[in-house]
Design a protein around this ligand. Structure first.
Ligand code: GLY
Length: 330
């Protein structure tokens, strides 16, 4: 089996002005994840590295660039799952750290629990020696603008859940980042991280840190990371639904991902998307939102897209990867 690192940079009604930044970021994240997988032979290291890259990038709603609560604060959430051991780590309500995905991995590796939240989670990251940033260090101009727009829309009654031309409700607010990796032996890992949705109430928990919602992984069937409207994805148990379609129905990654996303939106109306790698090393990418940025590297080929039915391919030059890694380490 050829190793693959597949990432998404969030599903939603992404405006044209943000398309290029998202595509650049997901391609870089997939490249970094693939490089790390080659170097460390660890699918967990690969998905963590890919997600960390997007957590540093203001074009994505995770880490730096996270969207804001009604109180103009950042509350982040993340989860990680290892398909070999079925161990998982989830974290919610974390503030003032750059890498919630690393915090989720620490929950998995350093505690007897699956899930820590808010006060306890923030104490835990301090005890683990995470760098604690100044309050507001993660708040970007883009996130402030998005909150202002959201408040205007609330006042004017132009709510986000207007019917779209395809008859579904649309949601511009939910995007998230995620990664799925498989190695040559069929070991799979998944990582997902988010700031949630603009204008969420403080204390709101979305799908991203919830096992079966934002993240699910089992080497026997596959691994999934999801993105989109959290309240919808949680009710549909989207990540688990996709993995179980592979299990019970024998569907491949693409079929299971497409059908589960469509069923979710038909039933619950909110939109979203998912990325999947199944146990045979097949890739699935699907979304019911207007756009979702995704990319994966297999051998030296980068595959990527953001519009429905996009599938571009580009050879990855070794020098490109080296300069990306060198740039990261400075
Ligand atoms: N999927 C991100 C959220 O709704 O929180």
């Amino acid at each position: 089996m050829e190793p693959i690192v597949l990432v998404h940079g969030g599903a939603g009604d992404i405006p044209k002005s943000r398309v290029q930044g998202k595509l650049r970021g997901v391609r870089q994240a997939a490249q970094i994840g693939h490089y790390v997988l080659n170097q460390t032979l660890s699918v967990l290291d690969a998905v963590e590295a890919a997600v960390k890259h997007m957590e540093l990038d203001a074009d994505f709603n995770a880490g730096y660039g996270s969207v804001l609560t009604t109180e103009k604060t950042v509350e982040m959430e993340a989860s990680v799952m290892d398909g070999k051991t079925l161990k998982a780590g989830c974290i919610t309500g974390v503030i003032d750290i750059m890498h919630p995905i690393t915090a989720a991995r620490r929950v998995m590796e350093k505690t007897p629990h699956n899930f820590l939240g808010f006060h306890g989670a923030n104490n835990f990251v301090r005890q683990q020696g995470f760098e604690i940033l100044k309050s507001n260090a993660l708040v970007t101009d883009q996130a402030m603008d998005a909150l202002e727009n959201w408040k205007e829309e609330q006042k004017s009654g132009n709510l986000k859940f207007a019917k779209t031309e395809i008859g579904h409700k649309k949601d511009e607010r939910g995007d998230t980042v995620g990664a799925v990796a498989i190695d040559q032996y069929g070991n799979i890992a998944v990582a997902t991280s988010t700031g949630g949705i603009t204008g969420k109430l403080p204390g709101r928990i979305g799908d991203t840190p919830v096992l079966g919602g934002g993240t699910y992984c089992d080497n026997r069937y596959g691994g999934v990371s999801t993105t989109g409207h959290g309240e919808t994805i949680m009710k549909a148990c989207l990540a688990h639904d996709i993995v179980k379609r592979i299990d019970y129905l024998g569907e491949d990654a693409q079929t299971a991902t497409e059908i589960a996303c469509k069923n979710m939106t038909d039933r619950f109306l909110g939109t979203g998307g998912a990325i999947t790698i199944d146990n045979k090393g097949k890739v699935g990418v699907s979304f019911t939102s207007r756009r979702m940025a995704w990319a994966y590297q297999k051998l030296n080929m980068m595959h990527y897209g953001i519009e429905k039915d996009d599938h571009f391919e580009q050879i990855v030059e070794q020098s490109e990867v080296e300069s990306l890694i060198a740039g990261k380490s400075t």
